[in-house]
Design a protein around this ligand. Structure first.
Ligand code: MOS
Length: 699
């Protein structure tokens, strides 16, 4: 691509609509005769529904219907038991959505939901993950299709023979996705056609799921997703809101708007599984790793298997002749875990990058230098060179920008009044993948161009990035290009997930624009009567033919924290990240993605924690008053930088994806800095002040 729009800092094109409130989200479309749905959660953990008394709710003015397993329209049993809603009198976890009240006003629906009486036969339950749970088993594979366990060399022998060893177990709690916009849908049936305005990360899988559940052809389902107020993975597939809204709309034969409440996000939409991770590292006295083992335990539900790939990060991050990784899972009476920003890599990196810090101290080598010394020349898994691997460059540039060189490694050596000061570092990596996508490009008779692709902008700036990419691919100023996304009637393009959105969609957009230019050049007679020429492409063959090479984005986080010597309060003075993300299409939106991920890393390290009370099998803290999330005041100085990286083995735009790399490793860097400040190693997140006080009096 020539120097043009790509690389320039355009503001988001839909920014004015968003800040003036005219951008429409899923339940904001004006629809004639619209009604309102309110979901009812199960009040037991495991059991059967024995009776639903809808009468008090139906007696309320405005209430049109109470849907439950006894009267809801039938759904085909699909591969996703989580979506087979209101079909059976069975409760699989507390908070499962088991009824919907539909009314002519939101208030009546809400009050109706309060009045529905449901009786249950409740059985015993098990909801808390432990390392010795009798239900632990070995899944066939981990997400999305990685081997469950790997082994190379002889870990036990290599570990036993090494002069320096670290053996530590790290725990992470359940983390709940809290996008600003909840999962929400407006559903309308037009005869045998279903139209949903839905908040999701990709219309195509939602369209497919609805078609399957309601046994209709895909073309009869239209999913419009113009703007999305965040997803973080939780909207990467059809979820309860869209199915319940469609069921309710069919039942009452009117359009239905249904948004989950904030409380209903804690469970039914999925969450990051808690983990228990044992990491063992062995090294020679020069700090060269000789043995690495990462054993991860996580949970899934009784409804379906979700096997998070927690230890996969460790398979390619650092080299050692003797390596082993394992995953074990237990089925609990809990909602099914799901994707949350860098699922697997994020909690896995917390454990490994913490253990690397412990090893640095054990062997007496600077933690930046330790990582540089163990940077593998080829991918330890594939045995092939990385398409580009710039972890070392990120570490070096980060150390220089941060001022790492003068660091005294002694814990508790720096103090500023009542504050103990410490610094920490961690590495980061995230796969740079692409998925197949289709796109269409049209030349208009007025000299303008239209590019259509069913991409989804979940608040990332994807719309703007694709517009820039299209302009350069067409060789015209971006002002002449119109981009249309977020509608299943457009060429199908896959989800905004796995940091694959821009990588995949730009591929299809570039190919569509190339095809259009060729068409205009070679066959001007192809011009239609209206003066338009269109080219449509699908990248499936080209993406499928890509050689299996190790492709990763890398990063390094540098942190300074201060810890109150009396109270244990932790504050992040400074968080600096340097990333190797391939080509950066738009520095403004890229920076937002990276500092957004890093901020979520602060949240993971210090604030967020889903607390489950085994007695009730329920989350104790399921609102934003009690489930703490990092706010602006918690982020003092934050910087995201990137190195100039060219990689021709990725995709035509040369991008690696930036949605997730920012959170990977951030929590470890903070935990490492807290150790440096206090001498206290916290191995179970979040780092709460009571843990710091309890483990060792600070003052
Ligand atoms: Mo992301 S968790 O792949 O949406």
């Amino acid at each position: 691509m020539s120097a043009g729009a790509v690389g320039r800092a355009y503001p988001r094109m839909e920014g004015p609509e968003k800040v003036t409130g005219t951008a429409r989200y899923a339940v904001e479309y004006p629809v004639d005769g619209v009604t309102y749905g309110w979901a009812v959660p199960a009040a037991v953990v495991r059991g059967r529904i024995t009776r639903v008394d809808a009468e008090p709710a139906l007696a309320l003015p405005g209430v049109l219907a109470v849907l439950h397993h006894g009267n809801a329209p039938r759904l085909a049993p699909g591969p996703e038991p989580d979506l087979w809603l209101l079909q059976e009198p069975v409760v699989s976890y507390r908070g499962q959505l088991i009824a919907v009240v539909v009314a002519t006003s939101l208030e009546a629906a809400r009050e109706g939901a309060r009045l529905v009486r449901i009786d249950y036969d409740a059985g015993p339950h098990s909801t808390v993950l432990t390392a010795d749970h009798p239900g632990l088993y070995r899944p066939d594979h981990v997400n999305p299709s990685y081997p469950t366990d790997t082994a190379e060399g002889d870990f036990d022998a290599g570990y036993a023979a090494a002069p320096v060893r670290v053996d530590a177990t790290y725990r992470t709690p359940a983390y709940h996705n809290n996008p600003m916009e909840p999962h929400a849908t407006t559903a309308q049936w037009h005869g045998e056609r279903l139209l949903v305005h839905d908040s999701n990360q990709g219309a195509a899988p939602v369209q497919a799921a609805l078609a399957e559940l309601f046994e209709m052809p895909r073309e009869a389902v239209r999913v419009i997703t113009e703007h999305v107020g965040g997803g973080f993975g939780s909207k990467g597939y059809a979820k309860a809101a869209v199915v319940l809204a469609a069921l309710a709309a069919r039942h009452v034969d009117r359009p239905v708007r249904l948004a989950l409440t904030r409380q209903q996000l804690f469970g039914p939409i999925g969450y990051r599984t808690p983990t228990i991770q044992r990491v063992r590292l062995a090294a020679d006295t020069d700090g060269r790793l000789t043995a690495i083992c990462h054993d991860a335990i996580s949970q899934t539900s009784t409804l379906r298997e979700f096997a998070e790939q927690t230890a996969v990060y460790t398979r390619s991050m650092y080299a050692a002749p003797h390596r082993r990784t394992t995953h074990r899972l237990v089925r609990l009476d809990v909602p099914t875990p799901f994707w949350m920003r860098a699922p697997g890599e994020c909690p896995g990196a917390y454990a490994l990058e913490s253990a690397m810090d412990e090893l640095a101290i054990a062997v007496g080598i600077d933690p930046v230098e330790l990582r540089i010394r163990n940077d593998p020349a080829v991918d330890p898994e594939l045995g092939r060179p990385f398409t580009s691997r710039n972890l070392v460059a990120c570490l070096r540039e980060g150390a220089q920008r941060f001022g790492w060189a003068d660091r005294d490694p002694t814990p508790r050596a720096r103090r500023d009044g009542r504050w103990l000061i410490g610094t920490g570092v961690a590495g980061a990596s995230y796969p740079a993948r692409s998925h197949a996508a289709a796109a269409a490009a049209t030349a208009r008779s007025d000299g303008g161009f239209l590019v259509r692709i069913d991409a989804t902008d979940i608040g990332t700036g994807a719309r703007t990035a694709l517009w820039q990419v299209a302009a350069d691919a067409l060789g015209v100023p971006p002002e002449r290009v119109e981009i249309r996304i977020g509608d299943s009637d457009l060429p199908a393009a896959g989800v905004a997930g796995g940091s694959m959105g821009t990588a995949s969609w730009s591929w299809a957009v570039i190919r569509a624009c190339d095809a259009l230019r060729e068409k205009l050049r070679d066959a001007p007679e192809g011009v239609q009567a209206d003066g338009e020429v269109t080219a449509e492409v699908n990248t499936a063959d080209e993406v499928g033919a890509q050689p299996a090479l190790p492709r990763y984005a890398y990063g390094a986080h540098f942190v300074e924290v201060r810890v109150d010597a009396d109270t244990g309060e932790v504050r992040v003075n400074r968080l600096l990240g340097v990333f190797a993300p391939g080509r950066v299409v738009n520095p403004t939106t890229a920076r937002s993605q990276l500092i957004g991920g890093m901020t979520m890393g602060i949240s993971m390290a210090l604030h967020e924690e889903g607390l489950l009370d085994e007695r009730y099998g329920d989350w104790v803290n399921h609102d934003l008053a009690t489930y703490h999330i990092t706010g602006c005041a918690d982020v003092e100085r934050i910087e995201a930088h990137w190195i100039d990286e060219q990689d021709a083995e990725l995709n035509p735009a040369g991008v690696k994806g930036i949605g997730e790399i920012g959170i990977v490793g951030a929590a470890a860097a903070i935990a490492n800095a807290v150790h440096h400040a206090t001498g206290v190693r916290i191995r179970d997140l979040p780092i709460r002040l009571d843990k710091l006080i309890g483990l060792s009096p600070l003052a």
